[in-house]
Design a protein around this ligand. Structure first.
Ligand code: BES
Ligand code: ZN
Length: 597
């Protein structure tokens, strides 16, 4: 009996779940899902089977063959990170049927009232399961060590439609028969006139953190042979702008296939979410979720799409076995993203991105100077909430490690190695050692050339990391330096600048510039009004003389480095805006405020 994942109650001696059938009734008035989950294990089991859950209320657990109740218990006080352990007593069964309801505060779900949407007339709900939130939607072995196929029958208001990171099978009328397991609901409610059922099936096995859906009044535009972009249909302008912004997606998929092998997920759709979506992008398979701030009108949202697309190979095909090996997902993906960007946007932009990443990595070393564990690629996360230690380290130090290997063996050999790595471990979940062993077996002697242990287990940035040399980067840094002498870049010099260039410039200005200089800069370039949120935030950061990103950034700036007034302001802003934030964002801001105030 041993845990296999510091963030899950799943036990190493138990069979893992291979299939889940979900029946979901979405009650928008109560922000609740009434549901049944039929879990299938890889083999029959006798004993106490452990599952993860978070703020879920279980009505009953049954043997689906006999419909007799199975004895079970739910831990009385939830673990602050892992949630509540559900223990089911099995006597040779390989299937369990769980009848339950979710809570309005389910950490994976954001329920938006009509007023919080673009249309202002229809409600909306969407999921974000990474890192450990799938357990708030259905009880499961919520560890990426498990890979599940699933099917879903989702009962929603007929004015709305549902999308999932799965194949859409059909939209149809509800049937009396199928309500029988949902004992909290009468079949009258299930089959009410204003309800419809959407069916989905996911044939490719995925780790639970890639389970995803959204329900709202959705529309779409075609952008390629296997790509549509979805958003609220009332947001017609958003859809049109998104279709333009992402017109190059098919080209990216083709380049990805050339570099990393077949695209195994059939479709690559994009969903543009409401503004409260807490990430830039999320690599949900078959349908990537994106923040609306990626639509900037200058095709630069392409970088986020390249990143989430790259996960189709690194992360979704080969998955980290648990969050302690998260760099296997994000480091490889950052490398793969830059390879795609290099082909479709050019080497200059790819190198600029490397330069920005390098700077971000160096900043993180400062952030973690009293907590060096999180400067390691492979790190210990027992008792640690992965949302709290989210950083650039797995991305950029991971990228540097992958690049270090590429530089050692040369591109041609490395490309061949990467393809073989992906083909060997596709649809598997692996740890750092599995990667290192494969590396050593396929590139004999590599351990004599690169200190693999230092790279994966050591703190800080190894000496043999590569400091990128980007002409654009160097130029922008020197312009930023000149700001000290009161010089601003000319119209000509900034003519080609997109969001990233501005961001880099702003981030490199002296932290203690005169308010008058900041005002002058804004007057000339109207940065506080930029449509590009990255630029706007960089500018605002400069204005409050600090360094970070969006909510995390701004709240840490106010709460940590601010005086009493700023701290008070942070509390006030949060109190007012809390309800509009995603539950994950709420948690992150709460922990920032409790740390510094
Ligand atoms: N998988 C991540 C997002 C994530 C990580 C969600 C950890 C929850 C926990 C996604 O692929 C990602 O890295 N998104 C980036 C954008 C990207 C261009 C670097 C983001 O949202 O900032
Ligand atoms: Zn990523």
């Amino acid at each position: 009996m041993a845990p296999i994942d510091p963030h899950s109650f799943t036990d190493s001696s138990h069979p893992l779940t291979t299939h889940v059938s979900l029946s979901l009734y979405l009650d928008f008035n109560a922000s609740t899902i009434h549901a049944s989950a039929l879990l299938t294990l890889s083999s029959p089991f006798s004993g106490n089977l452990s599952l993860d859950s978070r703020s879920i209320s279980i009505k009953s657990i049954l043997d689906p063959q006999t419909l007799t109740p199975l004895p079970h218990s739910v831990s009385s006080s939830p673990d602050p990170i892992k949630g509540s352990e559900v223990v089911v007593v099995l006597t040779g069964q390989s299937q369990i049927l769980i009848l339950y309801s979710t809570s309005p505060s389910a950490s994976a779900l954001q329920w938006l009232s009509p007023l919080q949407t673009f249309s202002k007339t229809h409600p909306y709900v969407y999921t974000q399961c990474q890192a450990i939130h799938a357990r708030s939607i259905f009880p499961c072995q919520d560890t990426p060590a498990a890979r599940i196929r699933y099917d879903v029958v989702m009962n929603v208001p007929s004015s709305l439609s549902a999308v999932m990171s799965a194949r859409h099978v059909r939209r149809r009328l509800p049937v009396l028969e199928e309500a029988k397991h949902l004992d909290v609901l009468s079949s009258v409610v299930w089959c009410a006139e204003d309800r419809v059922v959407e069916e989905f099936v996911m044939e490719q096995p995925i780790p639970p953190y890639l389970f995803a859906f959204a329900v709202g009044e959705l529309g779409f535009r075609e952008v390629g042979p296997r790509t549509r972009v979805y958003a609220e249909s009332a947001a017609g302008d958003v859809l049109d702008a998104a279709a333009l912004e992402f017109a190059g997606t098919e080209e990216m998929i083709k380049q990805g296939e050339k570099l990393f092998g077949d695209y195994e997920w059939e479709r690559f759709d994009l969903l543009v979410l409401p503004p409260s979506f807490p990430y830039g992008g999320m690599e949900n398979p078959r349908m990537v979720f994106l923040t609306p701030t990626v639509i900037k009108g200058d095709a630069s949202g392409g970088q986020v799409v390249a990143h989430e697309l790259a996960h189709s190979w690194t992360g979704n095909l080969i998955t980290n076995i648990n969050n302690e090996h998260f760099w296997l997902n994000e480091g490889f993906t950052t490398y793969a993203e830059r390879r795609i960007v290099e082909v479709v946007q050019g080497a200059d932009i790819a190198t600029l991105n490397m330069g920005i990443g390098w700077r971000g990595l160096n900043d993180e070393m400062e952030r973690f100077k009293d907590n060096l564990e999180f400067t390691k690629l492979k790190n210990k996360q027992e008792g640690v909430n992965p949302d709290d230690v989210y950083s650039q380290v797995p991305y950029e130090k991971g990228f540097q490690f992958v690049l270090r290997i590429e530089r050692q063996v040369g591109r041609t050999a490395f490309d061949e190695f990467l393809k073989k790595y992906i083909a060997t471990f596709k649809f598997k979940s692996i740890d750092t050692d599995t990667f290192l062993n494969f590396l050593k077996a396929n590139i004999p002697g590599i351990e004599k050339e690169i200190n693999l242990q230092l790279w994966t287990e050591g703190v800080g940035i190894p000496e043999d990391a590569y400091e990128p040399v980007s002409a654009i980067y160097t130029k922008i840094i020197s312009l930023a330096e000149e700001f000290k002498q009161g010089k601003m870049p000319s119209e000509d010099e900034v003519a080609e600048w997109k969001g990233q260039e501005w961001e880099l410039y702003l981030e490199n200005l002296p932290k203690s510039c005169e308010p008058s200089q900041v005002v002058a800069l804004d007057k000339r370039y109207r940065l506080a009004e930029s449509k590009d949120y990255e630029v706007k935030v960089s500018f605002l950061k400069l204005a409050i003389s600090s360094k970070m990103l969006y909510l995390r950034t701004l709240f840490t700036a106010l709460a940590q480095t601010g005086g009493t007034e700023e701290k008070q302001l942070a509390k006030q802003i949060f109190a007012e805006a809390r309800e509009t934030y995603h539950p994950i964002a709420q948690g992150v801001v709460e922990s920032i405020l409790s740390k510094y105030i």
